[in-house]
Design a binder for this molecule. Sequence first.
Ligand code: NDP
Length: 514
Amino acid sequence: MSTRTPAHPRTSADTERLKLQPCTLVLFGASGDLAHRMVVPALFRLWRRGLLAPGFRLVGYARTKLDDAAFRDGMRKAVLEKARPGDEEAWPAFAERLGYITGQYEGDQAGYRQLAELFGQADESGATARRLFYLALPPKEFAPVIRQLAEAKLLGRSYQAPTDGWSRVIVEKPFGRDLASARELNAAIARDVDEHFVYRIDHYLGKEAAQNLFTLRFGNALFEPVWNRNYIDHVQITAAETLGVEGRGGYYETAGAMRDMVQNHLMQLMALVAIEPPDRWTSTAVRNEKVQVLQAVQRLEEDAICRDAVRGQYGPGTIDGAPVPGYRQEPGVDPHSMVETYAGLRLHIDNLRWAGVPFYLRAGKRLAARRTEIAIQFKPAPHTPFPVPDDAGGANTLVVEFAPNERLTLRVAGKAPGRGMLVTPVELAYCGASSGEKPPSAYENLLVDALVGDPTFFARADEVEASWAIIDPVLHHWEHEPELRFPNYESGSQGPLEGDAMVQRDERPWRDLA
Ligand code: NDP
């Protein structure tokens, strides 16, 4: 019998083994929303879990004039807003690790000189030799900041053993706004940093539910034999929100649902469902498989786009009993806007495993319910010796839910108690939190991965480009053929009727957003 140790243990029991090396994280855009709501709270949780080495340092960097004390104070408020027992007491020791530099991102190099000075100081722990630069910035700053870091000689180009130091860069989304701009950004980054050190973050990949899909598929003998066109009828991937643009109308006008959700998050989830089993658990093997499957997605030609790509825009309606405005009435939105707040796709993957199995993707705002999930719909049992009603689980569904809860549910046909073979649906559920410990957030998981140098759950350059290549023709078509029926769905509804028609043509309904 052989025993296997996990390559990247993350539970508290494994904390000791994981102990990260002292390092310095420079957070660009430290005055911003993401830094306050996600990045620093996640780092604090890692600190509390004992996963950051004592020599860990966090340097906030932004144009807003702040000193160390003001930066720490702002972060204290942000972190303790959702305090857990013991957080207040733990904060001061963490706060000592925090510093701040006021600087420009482009042009004036004074801030970068300060950074170079900091990293030039010898530090016995090695914290200044191990550098993680997190670009929590508007995308137009990604390439210029990397250029400036390179000019300040803060980025190493060649691979060095971790004990000698390293420089890694986390790049936020959106990564480009079409295939051409994504290629351009990849090329600009590649001039200064080896791909090996670039961590393009997609926080869906850091979610426990997403990573569980791998253990489910590749850690059990049960699923792989049925994970194919012979047993799977279709796959639905949904990211439904009840929220509107929440004051971010200006940003949304430049994005839309396809760019904001489908190109990155939903494509990644589709790739996780569809990849071939990697031969080893390495970032190269896993990401190679993801690229392969994204490249196998059938391209949507002009005539298919009208049939297999759907867009919608919400009008006024009711959410949770309260009236809400339409998209065109939101602040910062053009009253004649043609931007989609709903996008749906019907895709096929041209390979032996998936030929003929539709993958339906939809993402939308102001829908009837908040629900993000992957639903893998199996074919019905070919023969049953007693009646199994359609809704009783005979056609099994495996649901990987991301929101509102993170859990896996397998719906099967069970027996109703009492005499006779009355069949009723039964759910076998696994929730990451069932062990009693709150599961780590996506940002916690991904920050640890970046700190230990494991890019498995980050998007590689070719992955991003493969995903844009699927979306590009649709965006191009939509730009040239405005949808004159906008707004075409009511806030609080199931989405546009065109979305229903897309799946009903295959005689398959969307799962209800209840
Ligand atoms: P912010 O708009 O809050 O910007 C972050 C910081 O960047 C600001 O505090 C500001 O710092 C600086 N900044 C803002 N506008 C400009 C500008 N026009 N030119 C130069 N600098 C500017 O962004 P977020 O924190 O919300 O997001 C950061 C990145 O993360 C973005 O790429 C975003 O798409 C991505 N992201 C954000 C999410 C979120 O929930 N917020 C979720 C997923 C991804 P200062 O003026 O002090 O320099």
